[in-house]
Design a protein around this ligand. Structure first.
Ligand code: PAF
Length: 300
């Protein structure tokens, strides 16, 4: 998609937090001439390096008109609630995280002219002490989630294309979220439990469990009205395992660093949706319980 630079400069962007994907987006936007400010718990000026160039981010100053919110699924509600009093009447918010369940929580909180978007990305980024590395060149899918978002489509689309493109704009994000959920429901908990690289999951001993998890996800997606083709998804999962073979998944990293994981928005979302449709999902249930136990072990 060709970026519409005049429209993108019409919005002044704030990025929440200092996670790797958020910083990657912030650096790419700023280098393209769209000044970005950071919204941090403790406001601060951040100096960093990106592609051998020094970049400085100033703290965000309300009112905020366009906010990229790449925070973990469990932090979305609290983050948006904190942002609400600082948003302009027609602010545009772009959510981006693994897992599902946040959209329906955030939509009712916004004023009629405030737009909500979701962006799902396959870009990889790694944050180091004072730099961010673009470790995997991916692509993103962006969708407006309400009519107030559609009213600002050109400006938000152009900016997100600059930040995390190449971009596909879709009217319905749900099929993309279900596909990503299926990938995360398999790779994330297994790599976290076995403390391994994604590529390890290509070993024969994992294949039965991978098939069982995916089978449950497909059943739940179908009951929710989104057909996931089992064979196609299995192929996609194997592709991701191959293409990210030497990477550690985000959940493996969370467990490794004793942080809270996104298990409730991934396998936990499958379990909750299954209960609504009276479906049994023993494999996803067991993974959720195992991960919760691990987290509780270090007090998260
Ligand atoms: O969460 C992650 O780590 C990523 O979404 C994925 C695709 C599993 C690759 O590691």
């Amino acid at each position: 998609m060709a970026p519409n630079t005049s429209a993108s400069s019409a919005l002044s962007w704030t990025v929440v937090g200092r996670g790797a994907i958020g910083l990657l987006a912030a650096c790419r936007l700023q280098l393209a001439g769209n000044p970005v400010r950071l919204w941090l718990r403790q406001p601060a000026t951040i100096d960093m390096q990106f592609q051998q160039q020094p970049i400085q981010f100033l703290p965000a100053t309300p009112p905020l008109s366009a906010v990229f919110v790449p925070v973990k699924s469990y932090a979305v509600l609290e983050t948006v609630t904190t942002l609400l009093p600082h948003l302009t009447a027609d602010a545009q918010l772009v959510l981006s995280h693994n897992g599902m369940g946040s959209i329906e929580q955030v939509l009712p909180l916004l004023a009629p002219q405030q737009g909500l978007w979701f962006l799902t990305t396959t870009h990889g980024a790694l944050k180091q002490a004072d730099s961010v590395l673009h470790t995997g060149c991916g692509q993103s899918v962006l969708a407006p989630l309400n009519s107030a978002a559609q009213a600002h489509s050109n400006a938000v689309t152009a900016a997100m294309d600059t930040a995390l493109g190449p971009l596909t704009l879709t009217e319905d994000i749900q099929p993309f979220l279900w596909q990503k959920l299926a990938i995360n429901a398999v790779i994330n908990p297994l790599t976290a439990l076995h403390n391994c690289h994604n590529g390890e999951l290509a070993q024969p001993q994992y294949q039965q469990q991978i098939c069982a998890i995916l089978h449950e996800v497909c059943q739940v997606a179908a009951a929710a009205g989104y057909a996931l083709h089992y064979e196609v998804m299995l192929e996609k999962i194997n592709e991701v395992i191959q293409s990210t073979a030497t990477n550690f998944s985000s959940m493996q990293q969370d467990i490794m660093h004793q942080r809270r994981t996104e298990i409730d928005a991934i396998n936990g979302y499958i379990v909750a949706q299954a209960a609504r449709s009276n479906l049994a999902v023993p494999h996803n249930t067991q993974l959720q319980q195992q991960l919760l136990q691990l987290q509780q072990g270090y007090g998260r």
